[in-house]
Design a protein around this ligand. Sequence first.
Ligand code: MG
Ligand code: MG
Length: 246
Amino acid sequence: MRRNPQELDKMRRAGKVVAEMHERTRAAIRPGITTLELDRVAREVLERRGATSNFLGYHGFPAVICTSPNDMIVHGIPGGYRLEEGDIISIDCGAIVEGYHGDAAYSAGVGGISAEAARLIEVTERSLWAGIAQLTKGGRLHEVGRAVQEVAESAGFTVVREYVGHAIGTAMHEQPQVPNYWPGTPGPTLKTGMVFAVEPMVNAGGPGTRLLDDGWSVVTADGSLSAHFEHTIAVTEDGPEVFTLA
Ligand code: MG
Ligand code: MG
């Protein structure tokens, strides 16, 4: 699906709201804060900007962000968990402006973290940017996953297979999917106006995942740490344009 300039402008505005949710939640991260309090910080941004949530009510999801600490990969439900010094936390945020969606995630340390945890976060973010660089007119979509995988695996980490990125527009999750690994085929040819959410999930141990009994929280099968970074990006004549940057 290719978006026209008016649609891209709405997605740009949704992306700015998501970027502000990142800024505000990142500034609130500290030992002792609960993940539910981080959700309230994000809600306040949505309300003040007149945007709506694409997470709240999604298949019954009860919050406007996902909060996934330590070995949790994605989709953690905000609640009573209190962040502790040394934790890492992945926060996924989304917003809708005039019917168009933005979606982006980041991982951060809580206070001082181990060198290995810091390296996992740095490599995962770098793998996202390597993937984003592939979103050029005439390129092939699955080069994104190839680039992500190369960065993650050359650092000794693994990429999650069961959860992937996606096209985005008038729905948060549109086709086609954007794997974070080389799936064996080059995939669709990229055209201007296409918009994707690229979102590497990188594990310090093996790539396997496990779904917790709450039906949402996805953790690493081996209990190793996991990090998650995501942006919403358009393919333009001038290369990739990241909508979810401040
Ligand atoms: Mg997301
Ligand atoms: Mg997404």
